[in-house]
Unconditional design. Structure first.
Lengths: 407, 213
């Protein structure tokens, strides 16, 4: 177990050791950068069957963009709303969180309506019923009244429109989880794991028309909680301890995952492992999370924290800054990405998946999403500069900014 | 046997099973199949359970096999799948493996399986691998000795017969003819099931709990 005293003290009591070295607190570029990257990966993966999707990380390991996105949502929420709880108290933070959840809800509704409209337009023009099939949007066309009520109550989520509802639930849980982590990260994590495993055993999930939520909140809260723990550590200015054995374990696990995912079938030839290889190669359980996903994500996160310097060359490079702009405006970029990906699916099918169209769509989409992030960052910078001119605004700016605060 | 027997069928599938395009839930093929079988097997307690969830891949349904199929203790499961795997081009090897696992699961539980072929599409060229995935489905069904319901051939036949226009067969404008399509599908399935009913084990009522409806 952790041999480092400062890590032990943090995990048990949520406090930093007085002697520990303190990092200068400030916005960690890596959070936005990785988040921006995760958004692009999610976009490419949402156009299944395109050549690039075969090179996305989920082909080489157990976790994918969604896992990283939820983890970083936890980190960002802690820096924004956790910071607000510390500086302004729970009630102000709760109001802000409420406003944020409302924004997410409205964004989800808007994307829902736009996607339904896009599919309706495509199907009536092309007579290809599979567009309805691929997005599971038939309840909306068959029984619009029920589907509309289901959409409003988040109990009807077409495919691809399932991350925002998860995020809404997780943010609503944030204050409880944050206070838990503040008291004891280890205890909170243990409880969180118990809720996950308990829900698995009892088959608990929230309802979705004809089934369950694609992202089971009882399972995915584990990743969000991990994110809050990382965010809390960053908030306290903790630096990752030099644990060589953990570095080694993480690298070993990533290599192991890669070796297992690459071949088709069981390369060891040991019959007892057949079922296990099938279970990881055919698809890891995304709905209820799988240990393999969680460990893979944990290994990746540890290595990024340890070896990707916060102010390193990558974070300062042009690509790094562009990705960070997308990450900083993740709600907008995510929503536009969903709509673009669904339009992309239709264009791909109408052009019979021609290679040049595939590449053009991927490149075009990535350009639009990155450009949107850069534009929104620029837009915010010019509008906040105007606000700074007013003296009253300056005092409230001590907490790190929420990554996409309601405006 | 048939006079006192009870026949439970689970329809596992994606939106064709859930009833995509049908004007109401009671127009979906499992519902029509149930009324059709009740009519044709007057003595039997027939129940067709609809376990269709739109947009699901074969793997998603494999994960549901225990809770949605085996727990219902049916005599027959009709598995309508592969369409989303063909759209997403998940890999032919992988699909074959998933199908084999599903078939093995049903077999181990003593449930007879009918696989349903892919739908016929007006413009298949949209999905260049569509035929390859159809072939995987047919090959797996044959290798495993599972019957494959020829939905593709049926729909193609309808389109050739000019009974319906393409839009009416599959599109959104002719909802009622989509209903007609499901009706035909269900009645052809019923033909097959009724003719095979001698082979299918019909549980007697005294064997287990009383029928639910």
């Amino acid at each position: 177990m952790p041999s480092d005293p400062s890590l032990q003290r943090f995990m048990l009591f949520g406090r930093r050791a007085e002697s520990g070295s303190r990092r200068r607190p400030g916005r960690d570029m890596r959070i936005d950068m990785v988040r921006g990257l995760a958004l692009l990966i999610i976009f490419i993966n949402h156009m299944p069957g395109n050549v690039l999707s075969a090179y996305m990380p989920n082909n080489f390991g157990f976790s994918d963009g969604a896992d990283a996105f939820v983890l970083l949502a936890g980190v960002s929420a802690t820096l924004a709303y956790g910071g607000l709880i510390e500086t302004r108290g729970l009630w102000i933070a709760a109001l802000k969180l409420g406003a944020r959840i409302w924004t997410l809800y409205i964004a989800h509704m808007a994307v829902f309506i736009i996607v339904c409209g896009v599919i309706a337009a495509a199907v009536t023009r092309t007579q290809n019923p599979l567009y309805i099939e691929a997005i599971n949007i038939q309840p909306f066309f068959r029984d619009t009244v029920d589907a509309l009520i289901g959409a409003l109550t988040l109990t009807y989520q077409p495919s691809y429109l399932d991350i925002l509802p998860l995020y809404i639930v997780l943010l609503a849980l944030f204050p409880a989880l944050y206070y838990g982590v503040r008291f004891s990260p280890a205890l909170t994590l243990a409880l969180s794991l118990m809720v996950w495993q308990g829900a698995l055993a009892l088959d608990l999930n929230l309802p979705n028309s004809g089934g369950h939520w694609f992202f089971n909140p009882f399972a995915w809260q584990v990743i969000f909680t991990l994110g809050i723990i990382l965010g809390r550590a960053a908030q306290l200015g903790l630096t990752a301890p030099r644990l060589r054995w953990l570095d080694l374990a993480a690298v070993t696990f990533l290599v192991f995952a890669w070796l297992v995912k690459i071949p088709a079938g069981n390369p060891t030839g040991i019959a007892a492992f057949n079922d296990w290889f099938d279970s990881v190669q055919l698809g890891s359980d995304k709905t209820n999370l799988a240990w393999s996903r969680l460990l893979h994500l944990g290994a990746l996160a540890w290595l990024v924290i340890r070896w990707l310097p916060a102010e390193g060359r990558l974070a300062r490079s042009r690509v790094g800054r562009a990705l960070a702009c997308s990450g900083r405006n993740s709600l907008h970029v995510f929503c536009v990405g969903i709509v673009l990906a669904i339009i992309g699916q239709i264009v791909l099918a109408e052009t019979s998946f021609a290679l040049d169209v595939q590449l053009l769509l991927c490149a075009g989409g990535v350009t639009v999403l990155t450009g949107l992030g850069i534009f929104l960052s620029w837009y915010r910078s010019i509008t906040t500069r105007d606000q700074r001119a007013e003296p009253a605004e300056a005092s409230a700016a001590s907490a790190p900014r929420p990554s996409f605060s309601p405006r | 046997m048939q006079e006192t027997g009870r026949l439970t069928i689970v329809a596992l599938g994606s939106s064709t099973t859930a009833g995509s395009g049908a004007s109401a839930e009671d127009k979906s093929y499992p519902f029509v199949l149930q009324s059709e079988l009740r009519r044709r097997l007057p003595g039997a307690e027939v129940r067709v359970v609809n376990k269709g969830v739109g947009g699901q891949s074969a793997y998603d349904m494999l994960l549901r096999m225990d809770g949605d199929v085996i727990d219902e203790k049916p005599a027959v499961v009709i598995w309508q799948t592969v369409v989303n795997d063909a759209i997403r081009d998940i890999g032919e090897e992988k699909l074959a493996k998933i199908l084999r696992k599903g078939i093995a699961k049903a077999r181990a539980a003593g449930i007879d399986m009918i696989l349903m072929d892919l739908p016929w599409l007006p413009r298949e060229g949209r999905y260049p691998h569509f035929d390859d995935y159809r072939a995987v489905l047919a090959r797996t069904a044959e290798q495993q000795g599972v019957s494959l319901f020829p939905r593709y051939a049926m729909m193609k036949g309808w389109s050739r017969s000019k009974q319906f226009t393409e839009e009416e067969l599959v599109g959104m404008n002719g909802l009622h003819l989509v209903d007609a399509g499901y009706r035909c599908l269900a009645s052809r399935l019923a033909d097959g099931i009724v003719s095979a009913v001698g082979d299918i084990e019909i549980q007697t009522i005294r064997a287990e709990s009383p029928p639910t409806d």
